[in-house]
Write a protein that binds this ligand. Sequence first.
Ligand SMILES: [Zn+2]
Length: 146
Amino acid sequence: MRTNVYLTFDVEIWCGGWNSLDANFPRNFERYIYGSKYRDCCGLPLVLKLLNESKLRATFFVEPFFSARFGLKYLNIIVDMILNAGHDVELHIHPEWVDEASRPLIENCTTKRQHLSEYTYSEQCELIRISLDLLKNAGASNVTAF
Ligand SMILES: [Zn+2]
């Protein structure tokens, strides 16, 4: 009997709350992506290193909406790290970031809505399209899973 095992990881940034996002983002990016100020020993770099040493391939579901506030360069760092290590980037979204974007992503997005189901069908389609564009602009052009 053959069994397929899929290793998947969610990659996302959490700033500990929605107040002081701009002040809290840099250290939380370090925390959630690198896991430490020592960049190669923890977090995503360590996971990628261990996977590659074990000759395992994984899929990383990356949340891109945070970059609508803080810029594509951060999302690009994540995408490059994963793709350069030979793994897949797919889509994961946290719609509670939508009202935090520096420019409105959709109409009527000034209130916080945590779940995708809190948006209309057409808003959901638009948010998925926007998030795919963010990933594509950050270098992940072959996204096929959500
Ligand atoms: Zn998540």
